[in-house]
Write a protein that binds this ligand. Structure first.
Ligand SMILES: *Cc1c(COP(=O)(O)O)cnc(C)c1O
Length: 426
């Protein structure tokens, strides 16, 4: 679908454009396989000479329609759905890095990604250097090596809620001849367009706001098509030299701006197989149809809740980039002028025990291991995701012992604040 449509129209209309007599609503192609008339037709698909469906591990029409919608929303040229956000982040790096390679990554990222990059990818021989995203360009540049293949950051980090200076990161990446990959999960393409600020590839955990109803784990990788792989061909042999597992085809020559996503599909998805089920892609599409309505409600509610908390004397501190005294307010205004996300963190006076009592006293705001869905929810990392750590270790990991992560839903803001107030008074 053409890019001139506004995001609201893309959310509803992009990806699936039925022809005469076809279903108006995107169907679930619940089929592992697809039929052809001749052996020759099938052979051409395997040689990547024709495009078409043959096996759902590689491509499925439901998934492709949803990927096309997300690509349109991000302003990219191509996208691929994955089974989870973790799989998307793994593929995004592994598509251009192999054993012996290195990449640089902001230290303000999701804990699961931190573990994937810092522990599991190291076991595959891919090394990472974590950098403080607020450090100077010189300091961050010092982490680059001759074998560095990418720079990675998160638009708004989960759960520390730091805002990435995307333009600065893009300048650093490009001055070293590598792409900038940005995890844009928290703002979604409704609130932030990383490609307009120089990012080359965007990744998403679609599990969060995109699905938005806490029904389906999923991920997505989107390519802007802007990075010139051939200009740095020595760094990216996987894209710029013949792939022996595809009869000597060279991705950049055969697919141009589609090279990165085609390689991720034809090679990584073929071999590793973390495909999203068409059923989940269907549910993700339903979520996307209302993303443009839900994001402003999440952000408006979060702003009201953050302002309420920052005025309450029982609250020790509040972290939300929509508050003018927040460290990241100016960056948030620059990159996300219409709102950031619905996630807030805060601490209560009295520390860990008071936090636990508060959470147990909440009525409809539920204690769950999730963020970014329609229902308001809380998590206390010190008692849940990080419970094996001492208070000292928590501080080292950048998680204060009293930190409560509150994901503000799309209910009525006054009702959310009333639930918080009665729990604070309990
Ligand atoms: C949740 C999350 C992930 C991981 O996604 P899953 O879908 O849970 O695998 C990655 N990045 C960010 C920013 C997240 O919030």
């Amino acid at each position: 679908m053409a890019k001139q449509f506004k995001p609201e129209t893309l959310c509803v209309q992009a990806g699936w454009t039925p022809k005469k007599g076809e279903p108006r609503v995107l169907p679930i192609y619940q089929s592992t396989t697809f039929k052809y008339d001749t052996s020759e037709q099938m052979a051409r698909l395997f040689d990547l000479e024709d495009s078409g469906y043959f096996y759902t591990r590689l491509q499925n029409p439901t998934n492709d329609a949803v990927a096309a919608k997300i690509a349109a929303l991000e302003g990219g040229v191509a996208a691929m759905l994955t089974s989870s956000g973790q799989a998307a982040n793994f593929y995004a790096i592994f598509n251009i890095c192999q054993a012996g390679d290195h990449f640089v990554c902001s230290s303000a990222i999701y804990g699961g990604t931190f573990n994937l990059f810092g522990v599991t990818m190291k076991k595959l021989g891919i090394d990472v250097t974590f950098v403080n995203p607020d450090a100077s360009e010189e300091e961050i540049s010092a982490a680059f090596r001759p074998n560095t293949k990418a720079l990675f950051g998160e638009t708004i980090s989960n759960p520390s809620l730091e805002v990435l200076d995307i333009e600065k990161f893009a300048r650093i990446a490009h001055s070293h001849g590598v792409p900038l990959i940005v995890d844009n999960t928290f703002p979604t393409p409704i609130n932030c367009h990383p490609f307009e600020w120089g990012a080359d590839i965007a990744v998403h955990s679609t599990t969060k706001y995109m699905d938005g109803h806490a029904t389906s784990v999923g991920g997505c990788i989107v390519d802007s098509g802007n990075f010139d792989w051939d200009a740095h061909a020595d760094k990216f042999p996987g894209l710029c030299t013949p792939d022996e597992s595809y009869h000597g085809l060279t991705y950049t020559k055969a697919f141009g701006k589609g090279a990165y996503i085609t390689k991720a599909t034809a090679q990584l998805m073929r071999d590793l197989g973390s495909i999203q089920s068409p059923q989940n892609a269907f549910l993700l599409n339903l979520g996307l149809e209302t993303l443009h309505l839900r994001m402003p409600q999440h952000c408006g509610n979060a702003q009201k809740v953050a302002e309420y908390l920052s005025k309450n004397e029982k609250v020790a501190w509040v972290n939300y980039c929509g508050l003018p005294d927040n460290k990241y307010y100016a960056l948030a205004q620059k990159y996300m002028p219409n709102g950031s996300c619905g996630v807030i963190s805060f601490g209560l006076k009295g520390g860990r025990d008071v936090s636990i009592k508060f959470m147990d006293s909440l009525e409809f705001i539920a204690i769950v291991t999730h963020v970014a869905d329609a229902r308001s929810c809380v998590l206390h990392p010190a008692s849940h995701t990080h419970r094996q750590l001492s208070d000292e270790q928590l501080m080292e990991a950048g998680v204060r012992p009293d930190l409560i992560r509150l994901s503000v839903g799309i209910e009525n803001a006054d009702d959310i604040i009333a639930d918080i107030e009665q729990a604070l008074n309990a």
